[in-house]
Design a protein around this ligand. Structure first.
Ligand code: ASP
Length: 591
């Protein structure tokens, strides 16, 4: 037996007992001829004390950080004054009688026993050491609890977990596919699923009725803070449901989860607010608003209809908008600070930013000369801005104004600490548009995915105005993040065909890519719907971490590389031959 107890479990009740422990040297110090070691395992730390002068105990003096030791000894009360109230085992220590080095450790690339800022690539290269740190251990445990809660909650409600294949066919979710070459059928490829979307729908056709899976999704896209090439979703699907059946189930799941495993967090509201997509964008400039604080976006077009301000006039004349947010207590911002905000606005695509400071000495700011006193009054009335506040205006196209102001809103959230980190502001955003126009490709894209059911009453608009078609798609948002998407699905082959056509797919392509699905719908497909909460993102928010890499055991870095194992890496000639693949190196640019 390697150990009788874990390092975290000994208490004063164990005093006098002989114990054997095994763990890592967290910290070691010599003090008046005696060696003290904090021995660590996943369950905690315990102080062990020994006299290296005693036969067989020399090693405890040599032991360095992260050596693995097995010790046997006796639990005793710490001397008065030496207790550590911050440590669960702080009342006791273990007097070492025997010590064995199970494995030494090279000097470390970074300290495990301190929460320091370490270069992320170094952390990722030595991820197995990084994961030993308390913060990462906590995150892994939390992630496990979240997933276990999901499994239990859904299993209790007649859901069954079904695994779906990785080697499949394209399942579009708006990203590029990862392809896997087939050795047995040269020149053909599997696509790794961007989600199990089609497969879960086929499970509904198969009569599974209630399905879930802790599903890995693979999407070849450029990485941002909260994205990874592969990530995990709680994928779920239900038959014979309407939108609210799905929302109620998921709302119940997370409401109970927060109560049970995140007692330090509070829900902003229960039941969760429901906003239409149009309403969310109108009020917050975003379809994933952080609802922990106000600072809503206001449309001032009518107030400035007769404005003399050229910039405002021009925006309105060209079909744009004038919108604002109010930053509370920021009227005394310096020129430099306002310039920095303007620069930020430009990074969001705005041509500029106009400001109005409602300072106690009077109205100031870049727009002050151009705004009439009655307009100031009307703005105050509409927005509730008061003396001491700073009004920020964007006059631009509606989408640029929304994007800029919602980004500024989040900037002020962080600057002014407007959002309580212990508050969880879950909300539903419903009634998404079905299609989005892609300027780049000059064609319609599915706003969610092509399997989403358009609103029945909007079906005639396929011919006349696809941009106006609403769908039965919904998002779960939380503290400014989109944390789940879902929809009621198309279960009729004629409608599915129509959607693919509108997306620009030719008949043959529809047949070769999705023929199996359309055919399945012709064999008694039940009405169905579902959604897929993103586990990485949710755990990130629950753990107060700034990015999802902190809650994934072995993530890729920002460049999509696994820097520990050095992946991706070249394949051998032989492998390439077997796969009938030849690599064409990209031409080196001269720069
Ligand atoms: N497959 C969708 C996604 O990955 C989720 C869903 O519609 O259930 O976003």
């Amino acid at each position: 037996m390697y150990k009788t107890h874990t390092c975290g479990e000994l208490r004063s009740a164990h005093i006098g007992q002989a114990v054997t422990l095994a763990g890592w040297v967290h910290r070691q110090r010599d003090h008046g001829g005696v060696t003290f070691i904090d021995l660590r395992d996943r369950y905690g730390l315990v102080q062990i004390v020994g006299d290296p002068a005693l036969p067989g105990l020399e090693v405890i003096q040599d032991a360095r950080q992260e050596w693995v030791l097995q010790i046997s000894g006796e639990v005793r009360r710490r001397p008065a004054g030496a207790e550590n109230p911050n440590l669960a085992t702080g009342e006791i220590e273990v007097e070492v009688k025997q010590c064995q080095v199970l494995n030494p450790s090279k000097p470390l690339p970074f300290l495990i026993n301190k929460d320091e800022d370490i270069d992320e690539n170094v952390r990722l290269k030595y991820r197995y050491l990084d994961l030993r740190r308390e913060r990462m251990q906590k995150n892994m445990v939390l992630r496990h609890k979240v997933i276990k809660f999901m499994r239990d909650y859904l299993s209790e409600r007649e859901f069954i977990e079904v695994e779906t294949p990785f080697l499949f066919k394209t399942t579009p979710e708006g990203a590029r596919d990862f392809l896997v070459p087939s050795r047995m059928q040269p020149g053909t490829f599997y696509a790794l699923p961007q989600s199990p979307q089609q497969l879960k729908q086929l499970l509904m056709v198969a009569g599974v009725d209630r399905y879930f899976q802790i599903a890995r999704c693979m999407r070849d896209e450029d990485l941002r803070g909260d994205r990874q090439l592969e990530f995990t979703q709680l994928d779920l699907e239900m038959s014979f449901v309407e939108r609210d059946d799905v929302l109620d189930l998921v709302e119940g799941l997370f409401t109970d989860m927060v109560k049970q495993i995140l007692p330090e967090k509070r829900l902003l509201a229960s039941p969760w607010p429901r906003l239409t997509h149009a309403e969310a964008v109108e009020r917050y400039g975003s379809d994933k608003p952080d609802m922990r604080f106000g600072m809503e976006v206001y449309n001032l077009g009518d107030i400035f209809a007769g404005s003399d301000f050229r910039v405002f006039q021009m925006a309105l004349e060209s079909g744009g908008v004038i919108k604002c947010i109010v930053a509370p207590g920021c009227s005394e911002y310096t020129r430099k600070e306002v310039d920095a905000l303007t620069e930020f606005a430009k990074t969001q695509g705005a041509k500029g930013l106009a400001t109005l400071a409602l300072s106690a000495e009077g109205v100031r700011g870049t727009a002050q000369k151009f705004i009439k006193p009655e307009e100031v009054e009307a703005i105050q009335q509409r927005t509730g801005a008061k003396t001491g506040d700073l009004v920020l205006f964007v006059a631009d196209s509606n989408s640029v104004a929304n994007k800029t102001l919602s980004a500024l809103r989040l900037l002020f959230r962080d600057k002014l600490n407007l959002a309580d980190p212990n508050l969880l502001a879950f909300a539903w955003v419903v009634d998404f548009p079905m299609f989005e126009w892609s300027e780049e490709e000059q064609k319609w894209d599915a706003a969610h995915h092509p399997f989403t059911m358009p609103k029945m009453e909007d079906l005639p608009k396929f011919e006349t105005d696809p941009g106006q078609i609403l769908s039965d798609a919904y998002d779960m948002v939380l503290n400014g993040y989109e944390t789940a998407s879902g929809s009621i699905r198309i279960h009729r082959s004629d409608i599915q065909h129509k959607v693919f056509e509108l997306l620009g797919l030719k008949d043959e392509e529809i047949q070769s890519k999705f023929g199996h699905l359309i055919e399945a719908f012709e064999y008694g497909a039940p009405p169905h719907g579902g959604m897929a909460p993103g586990i990485d993102r949710l755990v990130m928010i629950f753990a107060d971490e700034p990015n999802i890499r902190e809650v994934i055991a072995f993530p890729k870095n920002q460049a999509g590389r696994d820097v520990m194992a050095e992946a991706p890496s070249p394949a051998s000639e032989r492998q390439l031959q077997e796969l009938h693949i030849r690599v064409v190196e990209p031409e080196k640019s001269d720069k």
